[in-house]
Design a protein around this ligand. Structure first.
Ligand code: COA
Length: 335
């Protein structure tokens, strides 16, 4: 444990990875009764990437995204102090972060998984800031990765059309407090509505022949979603969260250069922008190509925006995630 002097933190590099297999809406309509017109008009999604190789897992995507970020930062993996893997679809319920730590050669890093569904990357970044600001660690790799194609019911047209697989990663580094790029953040949870979006565990009785001992074991079900309620939650809470963060950093909506929202649905992006009276030109959107990639969506969108040279130094970037839990959160960054 090092000194508790407050430091700043900065994202110094990003990376992302998507599976090569692409499923268009027309192809989707051969799996369930739907159409390109229905999916596009209600969600803005045109196609999604799916992990189709039996030998591949979320780890492959997360490793590839992490290696890209390390390369961009010209950082040796041994310099990483902590790896946070935000995911709801690990390859191992005990956690996948330690496998990634080994595979990328981050031999000095502590590694753990963090589950906060589609808000996972935001919660992961906020967690990383705490370790950086207290000077506990210097370099943290935050990964958002999900393969929800493995958890949707491919006969349920109300959910299977929405999700895609991907990973995104960011390297966050401590810096002097003067150069701190994290201007404010806010994360929230409302467990009262957890049942609106879940992959619940269903138990059944396993009788054991030892006295009266009763044991229950089971399996996880598929993604369940009350789409209308989730939609209402997102368009009401996300603008409030962003406004509260802006206020905390003495800023207004006019100061925002880029809005990087969780890529769930184009209609949600538009509704949030309208509520904030922010130009749609400032919204980063790539969900037409990938669908909702859960914890991966924000780092994937961020990485693409950086590759396309949209985000420049000193831009004010607002990142906001929302999803199961229900959880939501905002971070305001000066790039
Ligand atoms: N293709 C064609 N028809 C479909 C369909 C599909 N893929 N999915 C549902 N339908 C049908 C329903 O069966 C229903 O038919 P009915 O009226 O005959 O019963 C009709 O379309 C309307 O269904 P509904 O679920 O009310 O649609 P909606 O207008 O609410 O749109 C969502 C559905 C999912 C697009 C919308 O609720 C949404 O975007 N919610 C937010 C979801 C989200 O972003 N979740 C992730 C957050 S992290």
């Amino acid at each position: 444990m090092k000194s508790l002097m407050i430091q700043g933190a900065k994202i110094i590099a990003t990376g992302s990875a998507i599976p090569s297999f692409k499923l268009s809406n027309d192809e989707m309509s051969k799996i369930v009764e739907t159409s390109d017109e229905w999916i596009s008009s209600r969600t803005g999604i045109k196609e999604r990437r799916l992990l189709t190789e039996k030998s591949q897992s979320i780890n492959d995507l997360a490793i590839s995204a992490s290696q890209q970020a390390l390369e961009k930062a010209s950082m040796d993996p041994s310099e990483v102090d902590l790896i946070i893997l935000a995911t709801s679809s690990p390859s191992d319920l005990f956690g996948s972060a330690s496998r990634i730590q080994f595979e990328i050669g981050a031999k000095n890093a502590v590694a753990f998984d963090l589950t906060a569904a589609c808000s996972g990357f935001v919660v992961g970044l906020v967690t990383a800031f705490q370790f950086l600001q207290t000077n506990t660690y210097r370099n943290i790799l935050v990964i958002g990765a999900d393969v929800l194609s493995q958890w949707v019911d491919w006969s349920d047209r109300s959910t299977c059309i929405l999700f895609g697989d991907a990973a995104g990663a960011a390297i966050v580094q401590s810096c002097s407090s003067i150069h701190n790029s994290i201007l404010s953040f806010k994360i929230n949870t409302d467990g009262k509505y957890a049942s609106h979006l879940s992959i619940s565990y269903e138990k059944s009785l396993h009788k054991l022949s030892v006295g009266n001992l009763k044991l229950y074991q089971g399996a996880f079900k598929h993604v369940y979603m009350n789409g209308r309620e989730v939609y209402k939650f997102a368009v009401s809470q996300v603008p409030l969260s962003i406004l509260s963060c802006l206020e905390a950093s003495n800023m207004s909506v006019q100061d925002i250069d880029w809005l990087v929202l969780h890529q769930a649905n184009e209609r949600i992006l538009t509704a949030v922008a309208e509520k904030l009276s922010i130009s749609s030109k400032k919204i980063i959107s790539n969900l037409s190509k990938y669908g909702n990639t859960s914890a991966a969506s924000i780092p994937l969108a961020l990485d693409e925006a950086i590759k396309e040279h949209k985000i420049s130094d000193n831009d004010i970037v607002v990142i906001a995630g929302f999803g199961a839990g229900l959880t939501w959160g905002t971070i305001i960054l000066r790039w």
